[in-house]
Design a protein around this ligand. Structure first.
Ligand code: PLP
Length: 381
C-alpha cells in the first residue's frame, strides 16, 4: 500500500468501514478540497473562470478513467439526471420500442425506463435465477429481439454484488442492433473499466461511492456517433453549443455529449470529485481491483468456513466489491455491528459488506469475530 490509510481517511481510524457501496469513506483530500472551495468563494466571490476549468478538468479525468474522449462525457448532478436527459432523446413510437431491464436494476434506472411507458415504450424485465444470485445469458437471449431498442443493465447489482458479463450481453444486443446502457455505479472505481473496449453505447456512474468524491457529480458516457445524433428534449443553458450565447431565440444543443446537461452544475462537488479521482489514480485501478479481489476472497472463505449463507455468486469474475450474507434480522445485525464501529448496510434480507482498497485483512477478521458473536442473526447453510 502506497499511502497511510489512517492519515488519509480519518473515518477509518475508529471505524471498520465496509460501506463504500453506499458512500465512500471521506478522505483528508476531499475535506481539503471542500475547504478550498469555501476559501475560493471567500476570496474571489464568483470565481467562474476557475470553476468552468474545473468542470472541464473533471470531464477530462472521467474520460481518462473510462478510456474514452471528453466529448463523449456528460456531467450531471445524479445518474438519474443524466439518464433522464438521454432517455428524452429516444422515440418510442415505432416498432423498435422495447427496453430490456433486469431484476438487478437499481430502482432509479428501472423507474426511469418504466416512466417511458406513457411515451410508448414496452418494458421487459429479465429475471434472476431462482436463488436470486445471478441472471443467465440465456434469459437475455430469450427477450432481446429485433423489437429491442435498448438493453439496460447494471454492471454490479447493488443488492447482492452479482456482476454481469457486459461484453457477452452486449454481443447478444448487437446481433439485433439494439443499444446497450450500463449502470456502472457499483463498479466504477473498483476495477479497470474501459467503456470503449466493452463496446457499449452508454455507461454511467457517479462519485458518491467507490470514486471517493461526493454526492452532486455523476456522469454518462455516450458513444461519439450517438452523442452527435441523439437530440434530447431536456435541455438548458449548459447543454448549448455556446454556453455564453445566452440566446433565447432557439435551442442549440452542443455538438457532443454535453448536450445531455442542463443548468448550473454542482461546483463544490467538482472539487471533491477531482480529489477522489486523484486518490484512485494514485493507488491505481489495477491495484484496487487486485486488492478488492483478495479481500472479497477472504470474506467468502470466512463465510464458507462459518457456514453462513452467501447471497452473492462465488465463482471468480461473477461478483464485484460487495459480498452479501443472508440474515434473519438484517437491521438488527447492522445496528449491532455499528455499535462496535463496524459499518455495513443491508438490503433484501442481506447484510452488505462492501470492500475498497483501504480495507485490510484485519478488518475482515474483526468483522467475522463480531459476526460470530451474533451468528444467530445469520442464516446458516
Ligand atoms: C447501481 C446504482 N445506480 C444508481 C444509483 C443512484 O443514482 P443517482 O445518482 O441517480 O441517485 C445508485 C446509488 O446507490 C446505485 O447503486
Amino acid at each position: 500500500m502506497h499511502i497511510s490509510i489512517d492519515k488519509r481517511f480519518p473515518t477509518l481510524r475508529n471505524n471498520t468501514y465496509f460501506n463504500s457501496g453506499s458512500y465512500g469513506a471521506l478522505s483528508e483530500d476531499v475535506r481539503d478540497a471542500y475547504n478550498e472551495y469555501l476559501s475560493d468563494r471567500e476570496q474571489h466571490g464568483a470565481y467562474w473562470p476557475v470553476w468552468m476549468k474545473k468542470y472541464e478538468d473533471v470531464r477530462g479525468e472521467i474520460a481518462a478513467l473510462l478510456g474514452v474522449t471528453s466529448s463523449e462525457i456528460t456531467i450531471g448532478s445524479s445518474l438519474s439526471q443524466c439518464l433522464n436527459a438521454l432517455v428524452s432523446a429516444l422515440q418510442f413510437d415505432g416498432d423498435r420500442n422495447r427496453i430490456i431491464v433486469t431484476d438487478f436494476d437499481f430502482p432509479t434506472t428501472a423507474q426511469i425506463w418504466h416512466a417511458q411507458k406513457q411515451r410508448g415504450a414496452d418494458i421487459v424485465r429479465v429475471p434472476a435465477t431462482a436463488d436470486g444470485k445471478t441472471i443467465l445469458l440465456e434469459e437475455f437471449e430469450k427477450v432481446i429481439d429485433d423489437r429491442t431498442m435498448l438493453v439496460s443493465i447494471p454492471h454490479v447489482c447493488y443488492r447482492n454484488g452479482s456482476m454481469l458479463d457486459i461484453s457477452a450481453i452486449a454481443k447478444i444486443a448487437r446481433k439485433h442492433e439494439a443499444l446497450v446502457y450500463v449502470d456502472a455505479y457499483q463498479s466504477v472505481g473498483t476495477r479497470v473499466l474501459d467503456a470503449g473496449q466493452l463496446a457499449v453505447d452508454f455507461l454511467s456512474g457517479g462519485f458518491t461511492k467507490y470514486l471517493l468524491g461526493s454526492t452532486g457529480t455523476a456522469f454518462l458516457y455516450t458513444r461519439q456517433a450517438l452523442a452527435q445524433q441523439l437530440v434530447p428534449t431536456q435541455s438548458g443553458w449548459f447543454a448549448q453549443a455556446d454556453v455564453d450565447a445566452m440566446a433565447i431565440g432557439d435551442n442549440q444543443p452542443a455538438p457532443d455529449a454535453r448536450r445531455f446537461e442542463s443548468g448550473t452544475p454542482c461546483i463544490p462537488s467538482f472539487y471533491a470529485a477531482s480529489a477522489g479521482l486523484g486518490i484512485i489514480r494514485e493507488i491505481g485501478l489495477e491495484y484496487i481491483q487486485r486488492r478488492i479481489e483478495s479481500l472479497t476472497g477472504e470474506i467468502l472463505a470466512r463465510a464458507e468456513a462459518a457456514h453462513y449463507t452467501v447471497s452473492t455468486p462465488v465463482d471468480p469474475g461473477t461478483y464485484g466489491p460487495l459480498i452479501a450474507l443472508e440474515s434473519n434480522n438484517m437491521h438488527r445485525l447492522v445496528n449491532l455491528l455499528g455499535e462496535e464501529q463496524i459499518i455495513t448496510s443491508c438490503r433484501d434480507r442481506n447484510i452488505r459488506i462492501s470492500t475498497h482498497f483501504y480495507n485490510s485483512s484485519d478488518d475482515v477478521e474483526r468483522l467475522f469475530d463480531v459476526l460470530a458473536r451474533h451468528s444467530k442473526l445469520l442464516v446458516r447453510c
